[in-house]
Design a protein. Structure first.
Lengths: 440, 337
């Protein structure tokens, strides 16, 4: 394999692994901040037990998220040097702002939160957690603005042989970025909600620490319910926006080959990319795609055949990932809605609790697939319509170098992932620790 | 002053602050297996860094991010050319970072042993390789219009290794002095003794480095054309002498502040000599990347300058607040890791 393919695999592996931890960090920080606020203002020790229990899981997860995020920033330089030189004027500044505005705040204040229990009042300590959550959100916002620019570049001009910034305001306020931020944050909140509900369900099934986990479950349930439904509506807007911003991705999402009016939507389709058709189409909704994309049954939707072959994303990966993500998103609405009706008799409803334990991985899968849709669906472009991924790779790295570092990533991340999951599962099963006398 | 020159010095400043802050974390990590005779000692050492190391490491992220934003061509060339050493640094930092969190999570000696090794290696490798990398940047790297012609081993020249040794020693002294501030009893005595011995070695290596730089690098060119710049290495030497004086007086905080100043001045010794080059070529001067031929557009530089001037003082303020909050000796009952 050449440095290009190896670099792609390395970046994909590093990103997908990093993103196992990011959503939980974003969402759980908010839930813990909420629990700690309840504790600080009511003095109810059950909330303190909840904060300490979920905080323990949060910190293991956070450590893995941080260390795997650092490598990503530098990989743009190591493996994608031509990309970095070509678009750094726009893209680099967004990463630098992320580090200086958000990451500092998050790292410094998390240190204060971990070690500051006795140094700060309960209320101040709760405020610190809110700031940690806010900083994490800022971090996500700036990274997503940067990614949105790769998806839908605006506010730049090609000058001096590179993309130069022309309108900073346009870059940071473009609708594509707003849609992406809302989509990703909601996904993160759903991951965290199902994580908390699933672990709470495990303990409720065993009828242990009932007070701690009933409260935890209910808080997470409301959170999950709101954002699951919001995500479906927002996801629809996000998808419809692609009709204008990334028509090739839209066509790939639904394996739509022929440009047509009254374009159909399939529940599921398996494309045959070589012969430019679908080998399997299930659940046809006539005019469905036109309706989703343009809010009009008869609108014309451009098909993949009308894009040059070298400007089409890999259709199979894109559409399968998309359909599974959408299916899972709908399932989250169903599960949280059912939960809402059962919220006051959770302990007496073991079948539902069992489902919720089993559902812990599902939002993780959905959010990973979301990134696959966003990134694979953008191919062959690294910056949509501006630069192809094939032209972005560093020219002065060898296949051997990248092969070794890729092997290092797989090995190290595999190892850390296994250790991290082991520690989280152990801590989750162990349950909350009894507070010591006078602990706060 | 041109915008590019302002950015050049900000770039140098961010690296200097990173070495100054995370430097004592590295130093404590390197000393860790030698000082940590008992489990209690080890936990005290880790907790001396506990609340602060993560915030310190963000200076690296910011230095990297600012290189990307202000000098994208440098970011691209530097990190792709120094691919293997940078990957080694990143993996080392990964292991160091998770070790602090993971070590205390399972109560078993073998488990702790594994993460103890990671803390040591995860501190030594970055300290050494940053030194090697910066010494090589000072000396110029083997690249021209056709690309980069070096590898990991071609960096390990005598001057490169001397740079690595200098960084490791600077951080050992800095870390030992941090432990003098944060600990008491036998651990503090070991740290104080080590600081005094390491100081002598550091003095010799630093002197050697200053002399070798005259032969191995073009750094002194700027100094000869603007002799006032000699105040920078003079300040570095003065700060280093101050460190020894304050060690003798057992004024640990002043000694630590002195080693912080030494690190900053050592970094600026190189930065001032490099100017305006950020990534010089030793094969073809025309290929060298400078603040003027590798910078971002004026608009980006202006916006980023606004961001940095608005945000960094705030960052410094709350980071200083965190340092104040955790001042004083490590107290066992409050240990979290």
């Amino acid at each position: 394999m050449d440095p290009l393919m190896l670099s792609r695999l390395q970046f994909a592996a590093a990103t997908l692994f990093h993103f196992i931890f990011v959503p939980l960090t974003l969402g759980l920080a908010v839930l813990i901040a909420f629990m700690e606020t309840r504790y600080a203002w009511t003095g109810d020790k059950t909330y303190l037990k909840m904060v300490k229990f979920w905080g323990r899981l949060f910190l293991i997860n956070f450590a893995l998220g941080v260390v795997t995020g650092i490598t990503l920033e530098f990989q743009f330089g190591t493996n994608w040097a031509r990309y970095s030189a070509y678009v750094g004027d726009v893209f680099g500044s967004l990463l630098a702002i992320e580090a200086s505005v958000a990451f500092f705040l998050e790292s410094v204040l998390l240190g204060v939160w971990i070690f500051g229990w006795k140094k700060l009042s309960a209320k101040a300590h709760a405020v610190v957690m809110w700031l940690v959550a806010l900083a994490g959100t800022f971090s996500a916002v700036w990274i997503l603005i940067a990614n949105a620019w790769m998806q839908h570049p605006v506010g730049y001009v090609i000058r001096n042989g590179r993309a130069e910034l022309e309108n900073f305001f346009a870059v940071v306020t473009q609708p594509f970025a707003v849609l992406m931020i809302l989509h990703t944050l909601s996904a993160a909140y759903i991951v965290a909600a199902f994580f908390v509900m699933g672990i709470s369900a495990y303990h409720l099934l065993k009828k242990q620490h009932v007070e701690v986990f009933t409260r935890s479950f209910k808080i997470a349930l409301v959170f999950g319910l709101v954002f699951s439904f919001f995500e479906v509506a927002e996801g629809h807007l996000h998808g419809a926006d692609l009709a204008h911003s990334q028509p090739a991705k839209l066509a790939a999402l639904d394996a739509h080959w022929e440009t047509s009016e009254r374009a159909p939507l399939y529940f599921f389709a398996i494309p045959d990319e070589k012969n430019e058709r679908n080998v399997l189409e299930i659940g046809k909704v006539p005019g469905g795609l036109s309706l989703m994309a343009f809010h009009d049954f008869n609108a014309e939707v451009k098909g993949l055949k009308d894009f040059p072959k070298d400007e089409r994303p890999p259709v199979l990966i894109t559409t399968v990932s998309f359909k599974i993500m959408v299916g899972l998103g709908s399932l989250f609405c169903l599960l949280t809605a059912v939960g809402f009706f059962l919220r006051n008799r959770l302990v007496e409803t073991p079948w539902y609790l069992k489902i919720m334990v089993a559902a812990i991985p599902l939002p993780y899968i959905a959010s990973e697939l979301g990134w696959v849709v966003a990134e694979v669906g953008r191919q062959p472009w690294i910056v949509y319509g501006v630069m192809k991924t094939a032209n972005a790779v560093s020219s002065n790295i060898s296949a051997g170098q990248v092969a070794v570092s890729l092997a290092g990533f797989v090995l190290v991340y595999g190892l850390l992932g296994a250790v991290g999951i082991y520690l989280m599962v152990t801590a989750a099963i162990k349950g909350p620790v009894e507070l010591e006398q006078g602990e706060r | 002053m041109e915008l590019q020159s302002v950015w050049f010095f900000l770039w140098g400043l961010l690296w200097a602050v990173f070495f100054m802050t995370d430097g004592f974390d590295f130093g404590v990590g390197i000393l860790y297996p030698f000082f940590g005779k008992t489990e209690q000692d080890r936990r005290v050492m880790i907790n001396a860094l506990g609340p602060l190391w993560d915030g310190n490491e963000v200076w690296l992220i910011t230095a990297g991010g600012v290189t990307f934003a202000a000098f994208p061509a440098v970011y691209a060339m530097m990190f792709s050319s120094l691919y293997t050493p940078l990957m080694l640094i990143l993996f080392a930092l990964i292991f160091r970072g998770v070790s602090f969190e993971f070590r205390g999570k399972v109560d078993h000696p073998a488990w702790r042993r594994v993460w103890d090794i990671c803390i040591f290696a995860g501190s030594l490798v970055p300290a050494l390789l940053f030194g090697v990398a910066f010494a090589n940047i000072f000396a110029g790297l083997p690249f021209d219009a056709a690309g980069y012609h070096g590898n990991l081993f071609s960096l390990l020249t005598p001057y490169g290794l001397l740079g690595g040794a200098l960084f490791v020693l600077l951080f050992i002294v800095h870390g030992a002095l941090w432990l003098c501030i944060k600990t008491e009893g036998p651990l503090q005595e070991r740290a104080a003794g080590t600081a005094a011995v390491a100081w002598i070695v550091l003095l010799c290596v630093a002197a050697l480095f200053l002399i070798a730089s005259a032969f191995a690098t073009p750094l002194y060119g700027n100094y000869l054309s603007a002799p006032a710049l000699f105040l920078i290495p003079a300040a570095a030497v003065a700060a280093l002498v101050g460190v020894r004086i304050f060690i003798a007086r057992r004024n640990w905080f002043a000694a630590w502040a002195g080693s912080a100043a030494t690190i900053v001045m050592c970094t600026f010794f190189g930065i001032a000599g490099l100017y305006p080059a950020l990534f010089p070529s030793k094969l073809d001067p025309a290929a060298s990347l400078t603040a003027f031929n590798a910078s971002s557009s004026p608009l980006t530089l202006k916006i980023m300058l606004g961001v940095v001037l608005a945000v960094i003082p705030v960052v410094i303020a709350y980071q200083a607040w965190a340092y104040m909050l955790f001042k004083g000796k490590v107290i066992i009952e409050e240990m979290e890791y």
